[in-house]
Design a protein around this ligand. Sequence first.
Ligand code: PEP
Ligand code: MN
Length: 336
Amino acid sequence: MLIVMHHHATQDQMDQVLAAVKAMGLTAEPIPGSLRTAIGVLGNQGYVDDSTIRTLPGVRETIHVSKPYKMASRDFHPEPTVVDISGVKFGDGQKPVIIAGPCSIETEEQMLAAAAEVKAGGGQMLRGGAFKPRTGPHSFQGLGIEGLKYLQQAGKAHDLPVVTEVMRIEQLDAVCRYADMLQIGARNMQNFDLLKEVGKIQHPVLLKRGMSATIEEFLAAAEYILAEGNRNVVLCERGIRTFEKATRNTLDLSVVPLIREMSHLPIIVDPSHATGKRMLVPVMTKSALVAGAHGVMMEVHPNPAKALCDGAQSLSGNDFAELMKEINHLLEFLGY
Ligand code: PEP
Ligand code: MN
């Protein structure tokens, strides 16, 4: 439930409401804002009887929220969240962020070369996986900690904050030590124990949509992180599984304006995993930006033909530089 206070409500009246919520055995979360002051009520299993609250002085209205996500919703939090990663900002009013880099960290040289290409093209963040969620056990599984070191080194060498996937709770300390942002991959979107642990720290999180997750499930997954206290969450649409086989996944671009309306969290798009095809990455990148994405994450490899993972959807450094020119024209047209 959401309790909306009158504009002129006093602190005393707020305190009275907070005490009343507490007395009901529920948690009250004040939500200060420039547009209104509200109090979110959390911890209820079902419908909350609001008869006492509604009549307290200073209360304008109570709104029942029956969604499985509350802290992630615009109802609870009308003001946009801006997630700041060492000065690179995701969210409303910010220039969309371009994250690029290889699917997997392969060698020190490969990572340094990729970072140089990302920087030269004008990318703002570097990606690369050290712990890889591969479909089969015989595929390259990633370099682990050694890879994290190469990623950090390459990011520092080119002044690019880095993002990398964490698959298990046991990897969390190491990934936080080497990376500026944690990625939770599509396959782990509903790994609730991992979400809770990530929620207990303040490291920014890039949460990818599960391959068969509804928007409600996606936001409920973000809710797990927010509910534990970590508010630095960026969502990522990466395509969903449908009957279509011509592309790796089906890019659901309508999720971008929908999430922007339903949630205050930033949302970016990954056109590489969404399509699986290099040829489609530029046009889907531009489409995502037109749809209102707060950023794009794409795979860029110094030698896509030799990539140990996802070469067919990876751009070369030259492809990336060309695309960035088009992106910059488009962003200018869009008013950034
Ligand atoms: C990735 O970004 O490296 C990745 C594995 O993507 P996803 O989890 O979306 O499949
Ligand atoms: Mn990949």
